[in-house]
Design a binder for this molecule. Structure first.
Ligand code: UDP
Length: 324
């Protein structure tokens, strides 16, 4: 198959390109390089284009035939989305609409869409399955849920086949392939913990230790980025026999607190990690853990990275090799 990976120069998109190439597929990466990295495009051709510029998109689709599109281009920081919602709705919703329209013009009928646990808002159950109420509490989650709704409508109006994959906490890296998590302004826990361990960043700030959790810090479900890539590839096959718009939650089904992550990272790095306890970060639910039963049952998804230490070790090995 020939796949277009929108956002393939970014963290999850670059791991997607590696996975698909290893499976013998051809990939083309579309990216505006606003947050992605040219050097992360190691598989397939990079075409620079912007979802907010439909004519640049048409140029990508002209003369190339894609069997399906995987869409990772998005702004994805909760706090930023609260401060600048217009930017999030423009980029994540209007940009996706442009992509869907160009796909329709060029008769591409398969999409795998990068969604998020943030579509659910505050959890009302211990494990979040696909039926959990979707009441996003920030513009980021709302923008992703809007796209999920557009995909449902596109399935009935135009016959678009799509799969939205709602990631819980993407983590890890593939140091042997030279790809990992590299955000200009890092907000995620595991990279910040590892940078603190390496002395490449300040002491870690733990955002709140007064949550209603066993040790007071927030609990999250960390899933390896390569397992996310595997799920996307399985979705391609699923859509062949299942028309319509689908959605699956992707996580390991096991929650770890911020303190547990710090302890595991300390073991991996072989050193203690300096941290301070700070105020809660606005918009953080206490616990977010996925039920991925549907993905396991219907997609046949089996995450390979089930041990938090292994996930952290892959990120650690990658961070150790980086100049920043
Ligand atoms: N967190 C933290 N310090 C950091 C980054 C994150 O204490 O430097 C906490 C954050 O408050 C949340 C958890 O770690 O409870 C995971 O945050 P992250 O930003 O990695 O992912 P999110 O769950 O927000 O998507």
């Amino acid at each position: 198959m020939h796949l277009l990976i929108c956002g393939g120069a970014g963290y999850i998109g670059s791991h997607m390109a590696q996975w698909l190439s290893a499976q013998g597929h051809r990939v083309t990466v579309l990216d505006n390089l606003s947050t992605g990295h040219r050097e992360a495009v190691r598989w397939g051709e990079l075409v620079e284009a912007d979802l907010l510029d439909p004519s640049s998109l048409d140029r990508v689709f002209l003369g190339r035939h894609f069997d399906a599109v995987m869409h990772f281009c998005a702004f994805s920081l909760v706090g930023e989305s609260v401060r600048d919602p217009y930017a999030y709705y423009r980029n994540n919703v209007a940009g996706t609409l442009n992509l869907l329209e160009v796909m329709r013009r060029h008769d591409v009928q398969r999409l795998v869409f990068s969604s998020t646990a943030a579509v659910f808002g505050n959890p009302v159950s211990d494990l979040i399955d696909e039926e959990h109420p979707k009441v996003p509490i920030n513009p980021y989650g709302a923008s992703k849920l809007m796209v999920e709704r557009i995909l449902v409508d596109a399935a009935s109006a135009y016959g678009l086949r799509s799969t939205a994959l709602r990631y819980f906490n993407a983590a890890g890296a593939l140091p042997e392939h030279g790809i990992g998590e590299a955000h200009a302004c890092e907000t995620h826990l595991i990279p910040n913990v590892l940078k603190a361990a390496l002395g490449k960043g300040p002491a870690l700030k733990v955002f709140g230790d007064d949550y209603p959790t066993p040790d007071g810090t927030c609990v999250r479900d960390y899933v390896h980025v390569q397992d996310l890539a595997q799920a996307h590839a399985l979705a391609l096959g699923y859509m062949e026999s299942h028309p319509g718009a689908h959605a699956f939650n992707l996580g390991n089904g096991q929650g770890f607190s911020v303190r547990e992550v710090i302890a595991a990272a300390g073991e991996v790095a072989g050193r203690s990690i300096p941290y301070t306890v700070e105020q809660r970060r606005p918009g953080d639910p206490a616990v977010l853990v996925a039920s991925s039963d549907r993905a396991r049952r219907e997609l046949g998804w089996t995450p390979a990275w089930t041990d938090l230490r292994d996930i952290i070790r892959s990120a650690w090995d990658w961070h150790c090799a980086q100049p920043f």
